[in-house]
Design a protein around this ligand. Structure first.
Ligand SMILES: Cc1ncc(COP(=O)(O)O)c(C=O)c1O
Length: 466
């Protein structure tokens, strides 16, 4: 089996990342320009791809078009941000109305932020107070500073592989930055430029390791300000909390006087009107949300217990600021998104499509004997090219850490050739939206079936030997 039978316009086989199976002349041309003006030719790590990224120029509903005119069913969905689908007409109408009647941003108190805060307090179980910023990273940054200010403690516990944004306090042990050893994970900085001193403020445990968290908090809880977690581990696809895990965190945090922060930047609004905390019935002290709330417009939330949140400025002594905090356009969009989310049919739609996707792909796995697993929850779907159980990041990191892993790259290229876009990432992960249809899912299932049948022998080998 060769790993190099991909060419620029020919058929995809197992990818080595040297080209694409679709016409990419304009993307390549743009990349040459981009490379001269931005590091790596893209806006951040998540967008890099070899030999160059596809430059997308338009998106509508479940479709996206690249600059060469190729049309794809888009399962990237803006890293999950466009819950309703691209360019939703209901949102566009609100944007136009807001710009006509209000404007974009005044950086003053405004009525839309009050209405949105009231709405979110009705929807999110942990929300007694709410503040706004633009990105998920800002929300987790504020959450951690607030937890430190409130508790007077400085250390933070996070989980290996969980991603909470790029700031120095959380950019540890995620994505490629993992500790290869066994035992308790050592914090690994995800970037050059993070002060080494911060290492002393970070503890890392494995996802689903309730015992490890309990032990640490029982022993050293009086120095730990917060435990921050993705309640459903979507930065490794769709790894679920084992029964009792979130409850155990809640109990251990309460006992230790440590704040529990649910980072619901992906799960928020997607898992239901109350996010993952609504789904699992575990209420954190603080919650961060973003992505889906703006359906592509930048708005994020920090919400939580009144006594904790009231320590934020100007009421309390924890600095909270931002020119765009509560900007009118973002709030107006979020009011419309939450209206639609509360109405409820989006979640039924995601559930129906998700079941269609998993049952279709599972049938193909069964038929071909591939060592692979498919999971989906709340419209986040993933294929793990291994048959070993995935319950923590290390299980996943063993086979999924390379954007150009031949089997994963080969699958993405195979889909691309069939008009389906799954973003180049270190895993196979897609996001369903309100705009995806049963036909979109059927095309994905058919394309997946032909890939699995074509590479039946290879995919039924153990993951370690591929
Ligand atoms: C769980 C989680 N938290 C925080 C962030 C950071 O959000 P943003 O990229 O908007 O800064 C992300 C981004 O993917 C995320 O997945």
């Amino acid at each position: 089996m060769t790993t190099t039978d991909v060419n620029r316009t020919g058929s995809a086989g197992l990818g080595d990342g040297s080209g694409f199976p679709v016409t990419t002349t304009e993307s390549e041309r743009l990349f040459a320009r981009a490379n001269a003006v931005s590091p790596g030719g893209v806006q951040g790590e998540g967008r890099g791809s070899t030999p160059f990224p596809l430059f997308m120029t338009r998106a509508q509903g479940s479709r996206i078009w690249d600059v060469d005119g190729n049309e794809y069913i888009d399962f990237h969905s803006s890293f999950g941000a466009v819950l309703l689908g691209h360019n939703d007409p209901r949102i566009n109408a609100v944007v136009r109305r807001t710009m006509d009647e209000h404007g974009v941003s005044f950086s003053t108190a405004n009525p839309l932020e009050v209405e949105l805060a009231e709405r979110l307090i009705e929807m999110i179980p942990s929300a007694e107070r709410v503040v706004f910023s633009c990105t998920g990273t800002e929300a987790t940054y504020h959450a951690i500073r607030l937890a430190r200010g409130f508790t007077g403690r400085e250390r933070i516990l996070k989980f290996e592989g969980n991603y909470h944004g790029w700031h120095d306090y959380v950019a540890w042990s995620h994505h490629f930055a993992t500790d290869e050893g066994g035992g308790v994970p050592t914090p690994v900085a995800a970037s050059a430029g993070i002060p080494a001193a911060i290492r002393d403020l970070i503890e890392v445990r494995e996802y689903n390791d309730a015992v490890g968290v309990r032990e640490l908090l029982a022993r050293e809880g009086d120095t730990i300000a917060a435990v921050i977690i993705e309640p459903v581990f979507h930065n490794a696809g769709a790894v679920l909390p084992e029964p009792g895990f979130l409850e155990a965190l809640r109990e251990a945090c309460t006992d230790a006087g440590t704040l529990l922060i649910f980072d619901e930047v992906i799960t928020g609004f997607r898992h239901g009107p109350g996010g993952a905390q609504g789904r699992y019935g575990v209420t954190p002290d603080l919650t961060t949300m973003g992505k889906a709330l703006g359906n592509g417009f930048p708005i994020s939330v920090l919400a939580g217990r009144a006594d904790v949140m009231d320590q934020l400025g100007p009421k309390g002594d924890v600095l909270f600021a931002g020119t765009f905090a509560g900007q009118a356009l973002g709030c107006a969009v979020a009011l419309e998104v939450t209206r639609i989310v509360r109405e409820g049919s989006i979640h039924d739609h995601l559930r129906r499509l998700g079941e269609r996707l998993t049952s279709g792909i599972q049938a193909v796995i069964d038929e071909t004997g591939a060592r692979a697993q498919v999971f989906e929850i709340a419209g986040v779907w993933t294929i793990y090219f291994t048959d070993q159980p995935i319950r923590r990041f290390r299980d996943f990191a063993r086979f999924a850490m390379d954007k150009n892993h031949p089997v994963q790259r080969g699958y993405r290229d195979w889909l691309l050739e069939r008009g389906i876009y799954v973003h180049p990432h270190y895993m196979i992960r897609g996001f369903l939206t309100g705009a995806h249809t049963e036909e979109d899912i059927d095309r994905l299932v058919e394309a997946t079936a032909s890939y699995f049948r074509t590479y039946r022998d290879l995919l039924s080998e153990p993951a370690a030997t591929r």
